[in-house]
Design a protein around this ligand. Structure first.
Ligand SMILES: CC(C)(COP(=O)(O)OP(=O)(O)OC[C@H]1O[C@@H](n2cnc3c(N)ncnc32)[C@H](O)[C@@H]1OP(=O)(O)O)[C@@H](O)C(=O)NCCC(=O)NCCS
Length: 202
């Protein structure tokens, strides 16, 4: 398999913060149904910049995606967390083993009804604190299409540095095909001297 080696152990299945919980998306029917409902109602927004959201998945494809997320989590290659606020799912955040051996990459999406309140910024803060709690992880990155200004505002808000742009074939409806890469390095993140956003993990 290509890509960096897996982490020594799976990422946490649960990350608890003051306002949010990041809960591993497992294949229980209720959890799958809840995420499907968010994606279906937010599809016009999500499909602008997420290729996988352009067309609904049938049940078999959806089960395959879910199984892949679970497998990659067990292998130490990804976390696919549901962002949970007040017991309700608001979107998802992924922490992915991509790029160099000292890197993890964050991806995210929110239900339309959950935007504009800082939830993804807060969930990213939690994921970054988790990432830099792992020995050997020195860089966290966020990659987004150049036209996706709301996505780009997240790493900017968190103090990431914009380091590169590269071209890829567009997959979603409004993508320009220019990807922008932002990074934050462990030393710079820890130098903020803010208390960890993570209260506990399991
Ligand atoms: C990208 C996406 C997750 C960003 O959502 P968002 O709501 O802008 O991001 P946040 O949850 O961090 O909220 C930030 C907003 O809340 C406001 N806010 C309120 N309280 C806040 C707080 N405590 N902290 C930070 N921001 C806060 C910010 O000012 C900002 O609003 P503004 O854009 O009007 O200035 C969302 O647009 C989305 O799901 N898009 C479709 C999928 C997608 O493109 N995913 C990324 C692919 S790379």
């Amino acid at each position: 398999m290509s890509g960096p080696p897996p982490l020594n152990e799976p990422l946490p299945g649960l990350v608890v913060g003051a306002r949010l919980r990041l809960e591993m998306w497992r294949g229980e029917p209720d959890a799958v149904e809840a995420i499907r409902a968010l994606i279906d109602r937010s599809r016009p927004t999500l499909s602008q910049f997420l290729g996988w959201a352009v067309e609904p998945l049938d049940a078999a494809a959806e089960a395959a995606v879910q199984a892949d997320i679970e497998r990659r989590w067990r292998e130490g290659r990804d976390a696919g967390w549901v962002i949970v606020e007040d017991g309700a799912p608001r979107g998802m955040l992924g922490l992915h083993r991509r790029g160099g051996p000292d890197e993890l990459e964050i991806g995210y999406w929110l239900d339309d009804a959950a935007t504009g309140r800082g939830l993804v910024t807060e969930a990213c803060r939690m994921a970054i604190d988790v990432a830099f709690g792992i020995e050997g992880i020195d860089v966290v990155e966020i990659v987004h299409d150049a036209a996706n200004l709301r996505s780009g505002a997240v790493p900017r808000r968190l103090g990431f540095s914009r380091v590169a742009a590269f071209t890829v074939p567009p997959e979603a409806l409004l993508e320009s095909g220019i990807k922008v890469r932002w990074v934050v390095r462990r030393g710079d993140w820890l130098a903020r001297r803010e208390p960890s956003s993570v209260l506990s993990t399991a």
